[in-house]
Design a protein around this ligand. Sequence first.
Ligand code: NDP
Length: 252
Amino acid sequence: MFDLKGKVAIVTGGNGGIGLGMARGLAGAGARVVVAARNQEKSRAAVRELEKAGGQALAIAVDVADEASVQALVRSTVEQCGRLDILVNNAGINIRKQPQDYTLAEWRQVLDTNLTSAFLCSRAAYPPMKAGGGGKIVNIGSMMSIFGASFTPAYAASKGGIVQLTKSLATAWAKDHIQVNAVLPGWIDTDLTQAARRQVAGLNENVLRRTPAGRWGAIDDFAGIAVFLAAPASDFITGAVITVDGGYSIQG
Ligand code: NDP
């Protein structure tokens, strides 16, 4: 039910943070994992770590905001691994500023990296998944898929969009046995949120106070959900939006 042997997975942003946590899960369940990100030194280190733990992995450079680069990623994956079964659209950035201070270039950078990227990667992955008899796409949203915040207008718009894109892809591709689901992380300790802790006063205290689990999430909290949504165990689950947040979003 949770066996991924013989499956090939692309994890965008798989060289660190939540993406690496998911890559660990997928490789541990037997999938061959393509670590897809820009920083090749970081990607090679992630591949070494996954291999050392007994998994199969390789690094392919990509800029998810660039259409040609995304197409090359999928082409190269199929050339090197023979197939593509699982896509995790995880790469993401944030620029924290009040809406009135946002430039159009900043807005586009966040939307391109967080939302358009998921469309580009999913569209590129569709033909090999369909040819292989089906597939699994996991899109990473955020608490900002549900809530808003004054300092994060483009990020919240992109993460809200991820949920609706998920539902549309799920509807379109169910007939091809491709399930598309979204994971909404709560507050997770990564490079992204280390920066947020420096930029947003009181964030650490607010996260600890509001999260019923009483802690920040760790990247290994994402290994299980990645395996579940990539495995036959979730074959009748599509278009779902699953929070992995220690209860943050259900606290009244
Ligand atoms: P990190 O900053 O640790 O990781 C971001 C990853 O995205 C890196 O691997 C980075 O690799 C990659 N990336 C960024 N831009 C691009 C690009 N243009 N092309 C390819 N890869 C890119 O952040 P997190 O692990 O925290 O975030 C991962 C995802 O989880 C994001 O979508 C984020 O929005 C989401 N999330 C995180 C939360 C948290 O609390 N940490 C909460 C909710 C959602 P490289 O720089 O090498 O390209």
